[in-house]
Design a protein around this ligand. Structure first.
Ligand SMILES: Nc1nc2c(ncn2[C@@H]2O[C@H](COP(=O)(O)OP(=O)(O)O)[C@@H](O)[C@H]2O)c(=O)[nH]1
Ligand SMILES: [Mg+2]
Ligand SMILES: [Zn+2]
Length: 304
């Protein structure tokens, strides 16, 4: 169950004090987290180790302590969890955002160039984390390969993903995304420079640092923390940092197919035991899904 009205909680102030209250984690930064509780934001310290941790934006937590020193005591069960593989240590999962309803993968039609393999990785991460997924193409005001994007839009819509395309500076596009989010908690993810922060600002009215295409060693501390920002009419968006290489969290080889719903659907019809569904003769998946998607799946199979 997801609290749709978060983070505009509470409807009524039913927490007399901060002690032993449930709070929503808005952002985690170093040893503290900003938590939303009783209608305001409070800094709470993180315990060095916590069951189910690390704590991430979107987590619902139990607090302990008084107004001066609030500490997170417990993480409440999560409904969804968007994770990626850790840099350098791909055998570790790095949770990014908890309890979000929707992942909107943002891809620019150009600048940075559209990379379908990369988009598919994000979609797979969303699917595996239990989030609904959608796609938003930005920068269609710039000259680009219209046929390539039209082909991608058609393909992803056929799979069942809602797709929107437009310019971040076009209010109709922003409203289309607002309609897609529909009062829920949405994560915006994708390559650096595609327009996540610009969109977050337009959607929420909260200014985000725009144009910080990550440079080595520069500005990595504040801008890389996912932050949940409430939408004026309910729901929230979480602006995540673009990463140069997005790895999936570690998983069993057999799990990966669930990151590709249309491949998973055909795979259930495959009669070969232990089939990898990557072009084996007679495999039910072969020829039944788009080759581009099978290619993304096949490449990921090699590295999970
Ligand atoms: N032409 C054009 N530029 C955009 C669009 N969306 C974002 N930008 C620009 O792209 C750059 C990166 O945007 P930003 O929001 O920081 O991307 P982020 O790294 O994904 O957060 C900025 O210079 C934005 O002004 C768009 O739809 N069209
Ligand atoms: Mg940004
Ligand atoms: Zn098969």
């Amino acid at each position: 169950m997801v609290h749709r009205s978060m983070p505009c909680l509470p409807r009524k102030s039913f927490w007399a004090t901060i002690s032993n209250s449930t709070a929503l984690v808005v952002r985690v930064s170093g040893p503290t987290a900003t938590v939303h509780v009783d209608g305001r934001d409070v800094e709470a310290s993180l315990p060095p180790r916590i069951l189910g941790g690390p704590i991430v934006a979107g987590d619902r937590v139990e607090l302990t302590g008084d107004g001066d020193s609030v500490r997170i005591r417990e993480i409440l069960p999560r409904t969804t969890l968007l994770s990626r593989g850790d840099f350098g240590a791909r055998n570790r999962a790095r949770p990014l955002v908890a309890n979000a309803d929707l992942l909107i993968v943002i891809a620019a039609v150009v600048d940075p160039p559209f990379q379908p393999r990369f988009l598919d990785r994000y979609l797979a991460a969303g699917e595996l984390g239990g989030l609904e997924c959608a796609i938003a193409f930005t920068k269609n005001d710039l000259p680009h390969d219209i046929a390539q994007i039209a082909n991608a839009v058609e393909m992803y819509e056929q799979i069942g993903y809602p797709v929107r395309a437009g310019s971040t500076f076009d209010p109709r596009f922003v409203e289309a995304l607002r309609g897609l989010i529909d009062g829920r908690i949405a994560v915006l993810a994708g390559h650096s420079g595609v327009g996540k922060s610009s969109l977050t600002s337009s959607l929420t009215g909260v200014e985000r640092t725009v144009g910080t295409v990550s440079k080595v060693g520069a500005g990595r501390h504040t801008t890389t923390d996912p932050r949940m920002i409430p939408l004026p009419d309910g729901g929230a968006v979480v602006d995540t940092a673009g990463v140069r290489t997005f790895y999936l969290p570690p998983m069993e080889v057999g799990e990966l197919v669930h990151g590709f719903p249309e491949i998973a659907a055909m795979a259930t019809k495959c009669r070969f035991r232990g089939c990898r569904h990557v072009g084996e003769m007679g495999c039910a998946v072969d020829g039944a899904v788009r080759p581009e998607r099978l290619e993304s799946y096949r490449r990921l199979l090699e590295i999970v």
